[in-house]
Design a protein around this ligand. Structure first.
Ligand code: GLU
Length: 428
């Protein structure tokens, strides 16, 4: 469905796996570990619908450009579709569909009353002025108006979008509906119904998952070295929390490269991508490395928290970390996963590790419905509780059946979804 971009053309077949191909393979593999009706698995291989829209934008010079936007809605048996909107040149129907499947599992593994959705616009957000981004977002909201809504499908920020994007989306939707409807999106600024702690939540949950994994493998956080690829909200918040809890963060990176200090970096002093884009290499550090070299450092914990498909069949053998914790969505290809499994390197999957984002989105949705804001302390306490419950559910499968962490997380998710599907039945 997608045409490979010039950068991906020269890469191996493994790296060309779309999110959809990977998501379907993961589902088929997980289904072999659960007693689930094959009809349910077949239904889950396909999204309910994928909407494609044209989004015209008047550029600053008066010309008009038309961008293509998507919203994939994978499954809503457990509740409204839920998932981010990304602005990125490689957004496609196929990518959104795969990512929406991951959201279905993510919400189920966290036991949230949501299904899976994902969407976005094929655009380079760096090529847009702020006004253009606002106009594009408002028009996109209008094109998706019938598809979304607090009880239908609730978008959120993802790559290339943020709280401000969600504010424009919510405003455009509300203006057209004739009333203020904060629950149509999550990840908004707190002043208009957003939740405290939402922005840090995916990084916080990634840090919690890393902490639990470190303890599970009989180590101490204070005796652990960590490398983090990507210093956006997920990577930076995970790195800073792990450092606060006593870990030594020896390397962090952004698109331009990595900085490395075996004695540990001061991660609070390094600006996140949101605070100052691409500033990592400007920091003082004894050594710099390439952005991909950071993946091969000999550390206790590696956190890929940048983009998808970075651990592949080509570098999986060179990963020296003892534990991988997926901060990004889909950083490990299916082939690489198998290699890491054979090598005995545990991978804590994205659908568990970074699920704090959608979990606090759920808290935000509850706050919007109830028109009552929670304190940051309450948000973080409830997030911790949800993460530990999900961790325990997945760990039980790992311990009982000797599954990988990914398979175990899929088993937990798939069992919940299958039970809901079987109980509701197939209509008509
Ligand atoms: N985009 C985030 C994710 O991949 C959050 C989705 C949400 O909060 O709905 O999990």
């Amino acid at each position: 469905m997608t045409t490979p971009s010039p950068e991906t053309e020269s890469k191996s077949e493994d790296e060309l796996d779309s999110a959809l191909v990977t998501a379907r393979r993961q589902l088929e593999r997980a289904a072999t570990h659960v007693d689930v009706d094959p009809g349910v698995v077949e239904r889950l291989k396909h999204p309910t619908r994928v909407q494609q829209v044209s989004v015209p934008l008047e550029r600053e010079d008066g010309s008009v450009e038309v961008f293509t936007g998507y919203r994939a809605q994978h499954d809503d048996v457990r509740g409204p579709y839920k998932g981010g909107l990304r602005y990125h040149p490689e957004v496609s129907a196929e990518e959104c569909t795969g990512l929406s499947m991951w959201m279905t599992w993510k919400c189920a593994v966290m036991d949230l009353p949501f299904g899976g959705g994902k969407g976005g616009i094929a655009v380079d957000p760096k090529s847009l002025s702020e006004d253009e981004t606002e106009r594009l977002t408002r028009r996109f909201a209008e094109e998706l108006r019938d598809a979304v809504g607090p009880t239908k499908d609730v978008p959120a920020p993802d790559m290339g979008t943020d709280a401000q994007t969600m504010a424009w989306f919510m405003d455009a939707y509300s203006m057209q509906q004739g009333e203020t409807i904060p629950g149509v999106v999550t990840g908004k600024p707190p002043v208009i119904g957003g939740s405290y702690g939402r922005e840090e939540a995916p990084g916080r949950s990634t840090a919690i998952a890393a902490r639990e994994a470190i303890q599970y493998y009989d180590r101490e956080v204070s005796a652990t070295t960590v490398a983090v690829q990507g210093f956006g909200s997920v990577g930076a918040n995970a790195a800073r929390l792990l450092e606060d809890w006593g870990a030594t963060v020896v390397a962090v990176s952004d698109v331009n490269g990595a900085i490395y200090d075996p004695d540990g970096l001061d991660t609070h002093a390094i600006p996140t991508h949101e605070e100052e884009p691409e500033a990592v290499l400007e920091q003082d550090a004894p050594e710099t490395l390439g952005n991909e070299d950071i993946l091969e450092l000999d550390v206790d914990v590696l956190i890929p928290a940048a983009v998808g498909n970075v651990i592949t069949a080509e570098n999986a053998d060179a990963i020296e970390a003892d534990i991988v914790v997926e901060g990004a969505n889909g950083p490990t290809t299916f082939a690489a996963d198998t290699i890491l499994e054979e090598r005995g390197v545990p991978v804590i999957p994205d659908i568990l590790a970074n699920a704090g984002g959608v979990t606090v989105s759920y808290f935000e949705w509850l706050q919007d419905i109830n028109r009552r804001q929670w304190s940051l302390e309450r948000v973080n306490e409830e997030l911790e509780e949800h993460m530990l419950d999900a961790w325990d559910d997945v760990r039980e499968e790992v311990d009982a059946a000797g599954l990988t962490w990914r398979d175990a997380a899929y088993v937990v998710a798939l069992s919940r979804i299958a039970e809901a599907k079987e109980t509701r039945g197939l209509w008509p």
